[in-house]
Design a protein around this ligand. Structure first.
Ligand SMILES: Cc1cc2nc3c(=O)[nH]c(=O)nc-3n(C[C@H](O)[C@H](O)[C@H](O)COP(=O)(O)O)c2cc1C
Length: 219
């Protein structure tokens, strides 16, 4: 049997301590996750890693990890291949769910919302700031397609390298760029003793706008 964790005791979350703006609350927790040093000096490995769920046309959900690259007032930004499975799904069904798990802090954050691609200029700005090799790798990879073997992948990479010899600028291909998830729901979860965890959900009021309803949920 898988060993259960004995108990959760790192922190707590109270209604009075919550920021009325869920994005501000998220920023606070994200900053704490980046700065966190736990027992034995251990830090969180990749606090920006988040599970991203999308659905295909049949309603089948798909989930994978991506990296949070920017927090904007309008939402959370990540980058990917628009022709990948997730890219195709998100362009056709522009809704997503995200989940962060900051294990040593015993925290989880869930986000749901609508998705839209960044403008080409915004994607260019991020792409051109990346190291040359990672630009070539992400531009050349036919993400989510079947490849014969690792050598085939290597060959595609080398063809792209050869195309941009002598330090030529590697432009962003149209099929690669950012998405922004504009949240309509946040949930903050803090592990507590005896499994009596703290959960708070922020949902956007019917009227939309900047008003959020905050409710405690049973764990
Ligand atoms: C920690 C971690 C971070 C990742 N970050 C990204 C990312 O930011 N963008 C991306 O396209 N894929 C990222 N990946 C790879 C994806 O999980 C996934 O394998 C890939 O995007 C293809 O997904 P799809 O076939 O569902 O479209 C990451 C994987 C891991 C484990």
């Amino acid at each position: 049997m898988v060993q259960d964790r004995s108990d959760y005791r790192v922190g707590s979350l109270e209604r009075e301590g919550l920021d009325p703006d869920p994005l501000a609350q998220f920023r606070r927790w994200f900053d704490e996750a980046k700065a966190f040093v736990g027992e034995g000096g251990l830090r969180l490995v990749e606090p920006e890693a988040m599970a991203l769920a999308s659905v295909d046309g049949s309603g089948q959900p798909h989930v994978r990890m991506v990296l949070l690259r920017e927090i904007r007032p309008e939402g959370l930004v990540f980058f990917t291949n628009y022709e990948s499975d997730k890219g195709v799904q998100l362009l056709a069904q522009p809704r997503a769910a995200l989940c962060f798990h900051w294990d040593r802090m015993e925290r989880q954050v869930r986000v749901e919302g609508s998705v839209s691609p960044l403008t080409p200029e915004e994607s260019d700005a991020y792409f051109l700031a990346r190291p040359r090799k990672s630009r070539i790798a992400s531009a050349s990879s036919p993400q989510s397609r079947v490849v014969e073997d690792r050598r085939a992948l290597q060959r595609i990479f080398e063809e792209w390298e050869a195309r941009f010899e002598d330090g030529a600028e590697v432009p962003r291909p149209d099929h690669w760029g950012g998405f922004i998830v504009a949240p309509t729901l946040f949930e903050f979860w803090q592990g507590r003793r005896h499994r009596l965890h703290d959960r708070f959900r922020y949902s956007q009021a019917e009227s939309g706008g900047t008003d959020w309803r905050i409710e405690r949920l049973a764990p």
